[in-house]
Design a protein around this ligand. Structure first.
Ligand SMILES: Nc1ncnc2c1ncn2[C@@H]1O[C@H](COP(=O)(O)OP(=O)(O)OP(=O)(O)O)[C@@H](O)[C@H]1O
Ligand SMILES: [Mg+2]
Length: 606
């Protein structure tokens, strides 16, 4: 078995289970009153069930086996039987409805918390967690946990009470016979314990296969274009078939074990009834009990087996919800590595335009950073960007340019050194403020399902339609947005498949401008624009940059030719700095880049 399964296979330590359980219970606590109503309804229901055989016993012993049976009391009891049944039905219906309601509510809360928590986690979390598994966490794990509140709790309350009340009725009827029938209890427990491990093991196997299958499917659907372009369908299909096969096998084995378990139980129940008929029959013959009592006992022993059977079946539910609860708990317990300060710096807003009153001086003070402790990606980065200036970053792929910007937005925190805005360490801002100060436009544009306008203002309703449109005009996106069938109200899909790459890029620019940040980061943002669009943007760039600090990562040197300052990066270090003219004159790395790129990339249209 692959090592990925190890996590699923590991035995649940007692403390893990206990804390997972505690976490679940904490969600149920606000619904305590409703649970009590359910318990009351359950008691009513079970009483109606326990009374029924007793009524029949009365009819048999008092009214039927006497010399001259009278019809009237029999009819009366018949009606009582019917009435009790109706009450039981009603109580049972209400109890199920209530419990479902509570269960669904609890799970809704868990799902919300989980989603909110995942959203708040740092980028490092997403580096190390597959999206497919997270989807399983949020969707199916929460569903499994909901079964804890509906199936499991219901069974524990209902079946538990049932057993107790049936046992009580049996003791009341004839304690000796009752004690004799209780002998089967240890046998039942023993058998359920024996089956437990087997069921748990096969359940876990199936679950882990399922989440792998889902993860694989999700990743594949996401990368469908690549699969088709490289004609990998057959290969991907083979892998899918294999995963699917394992899942099927797991499922079948799980069902086989549970069927075996159930039938063993049924057989045991039948044997007990036979034993009861034998023992009780002898007692009836010796006239130590009445025949009605024997009838009631054989009914009770059935009533007594059913709840035990369903209780032990719930072991499965408990197991699976524990595993799911642990997985959910694991995510919920993951601490955000990028914490907000306890007392964040309070930023004032300007009266004129409501913007933060921040100049926008960005300082990297001897910053060293690595995604993992072994390998530092940035070394001793030290520079200051003056307020409202326009600076460029160039360097080979993998040099660390995007990483630098990720640090400024606090997707990650520095290992050494510090980053400040207007002399204030960015770790002292609340992240919400920081992310309103800084906007970033990346090559990969993420759109959300919603209208164009929603996507531009990122669902922030306080931004007016006019502001959205103005930003789009400056970014050069207005023209194509108006040409869309619904204009600014056109519906976009999450992947933005109904837009071209360049159009998406323009939207990203427009979005950044709509948010009106003090500091704007453009990461390779012009790479996917055609030369016409790029020209529009190029012209707009000066306007975009106006009044804010702009940091631009560019492969096309034309974008940053006019920059106040250009930083040349290589292997995580800044190796050259200066404006275009100075750098060319230096005859170093930058000059080399210019020589290589000028005949093709800059002048040529694509
Ligand atoms: N999430 C990540 N986890 C681990 N390592 C990463 C991660 N992102 C980037 N790296 C590594 O950090 C180094 C710098 O990457 P970065 O993305 O900053 O380069 P870049 O200069 O933006 O390159 P490009 O021009 O190709 O965009 C690379 O060696 C890369 O492998
Ligand atoms: Mg990059």
């Amino acid at each position: 078995m692959a090592s990925a399964d190890f996590e699923e296979k590991r035995e649940i330590a007692m403390s893990d289970s206990a804390s997972a359980m505690r976490r679940l219970i904490a969600y149920a606590r606000p619904h305590l009153k409703e649970f009590l109503v359910v318990v009351a309804l359950v008691i009513v229901y079970i009483l109606t069930q326990v009374i029924q055989p007793w009524l029949v016993k009365i009819v048999i012993d008092k009214d039927l086996i006497v010399k001259h049976p009278v019809l009237q009391p029999i009819i009366a009891i018949g009606f009582a039987y019917l009435a009790i049944n109706i009450v039981g039905l009603f109580a049972n219906f209400m109890q199920n409805r209530r419990l479902q309601w509570i269960g669904q509510r609890i799970v809704r809360n868990i799902r919300n918390d989980l989603f909110q928590h995942i959203e708040s986690l740092s980028m490092r979390f997403f580096d190390t967690h597959e999206t497919g598994r997270l989807i399983t966490n949020v969707s199916s794990d929460t569903n499994v946990v909901s079964m804890f509140f509906t199936n499991f709790l219901l069974s524990v309350i209902q079946d538990g009470l049932s057993i107790v009340m049936v046992m009580g009725a049996m003791l009341l009827l004839d304690w000796k016979l009752a004690l004799m029938s209780f002998v089967v209890i240890p046998v039942i427990v023993l058998i359920s314990v024996l089956f437990r491990n087997k069921l748990r093991e096969s359940y876990r196997f199936t679950r882990s296969q399922f989440s792998r299958l889902i993860g694989y499917t999700a990743e594949n659907l996401g990368g469908m274009r690549i699969t088709q372009i490289f004609h990998q369908e057959a290969k991907q299909f083979d892998q899918h078939t294999e995963l699917n096969q394992r899942y099927t096998k797991g499922n079948i084995s799980e069902y086989q074990w549970s069927v075996l378990f159930n039938r063993t139980f049924d057989t045991l129940g039948n044997l007990s009834v036979a034993l009861m008929v034998w023992l009780g029959g002898m007692a009836v013959v010796h006239r130590s009990i009445e025949i009605g009592v024997l009838y009631a006992f054989t009914s009770y022993i059935r009533q007594f087996f059913n709840p035990i059977n369903s209780l032990t079946q719930q072991w499965n539910t408990l197991q699976s919800s524990m595993i799911s609860a642990e997985r959910i708990g694991g995510v919920l317990l993951t601490k955000n590595e990028i914490p907000d300060p306890v007392e964040p710096v309070v930023l004032h807003r300007r009266v004129a335009d409501g913007q933060f009153d921040v100049e926008g001086r960005v300082r990297f003070d001897h910053v060293t950073f690595g995604y993992s402790p072994e390998k530092m990606v940035l070394q001793e980065i030290d520079f200051t960007v003056e307020p409202q200036s326009f600076v460029g970053f160039v360097g080979e792929t993998g040099a660390g340019k995007s990483t630098l910007m990720g640090l400024l937005t606090r997707f990650y925190d520095v290992n050494q050194g510090s980053i400040s805005i207007d002399g204030i360490d960015i770790r002292r801002f609340s992240q919400q403020d920081l992310h309103r100060l800084i906007a970033i436009v990346q090559q990969e544009v993420n759109l959300f399902s919603g209208t164009v306008a929603d996507n531009l203002r990122l669902f922030r309703s306080e931004i007016s339609d006019r502001a959205v449109q103005q930003a789009a005009e400056i970014a050069g996106a207005d023209e194509f947005i108006r040409a869309l069938p619904g204009g600014y109200q056109s519906w976009l899909t999450a992947k933005g498949a109904n837009l071209s790459l360049g159009q998406r890029q323009l939207l990203a620019f427009a979005r950044a401008l709509t948010l009106n940040p003090r500091i704007l980061i453009l990461d390779e943002a012009t790479a996917s624009l055609d030369s016409h669009t790029e020209m529009i943007l190029q012209q707009g760039l000066t306007r975009i940059a106006e009044g804010r600090t702009t940091l631009v990562i560019a492969h096309r040197l034309s974008t940053i030719r006019q920059a106040d300052m250009i930083y040349v990066m290589d292997h995580g270090r800044i190796v050259e700095r200066g404006n275009h003219r100075d750098l060319v004159a230096q005859q170093g790395y930058y000059a080399e880049l210019v020589r290589k790129s000028s005949p093709t990339t800059v002048e040529d249209a694509e």
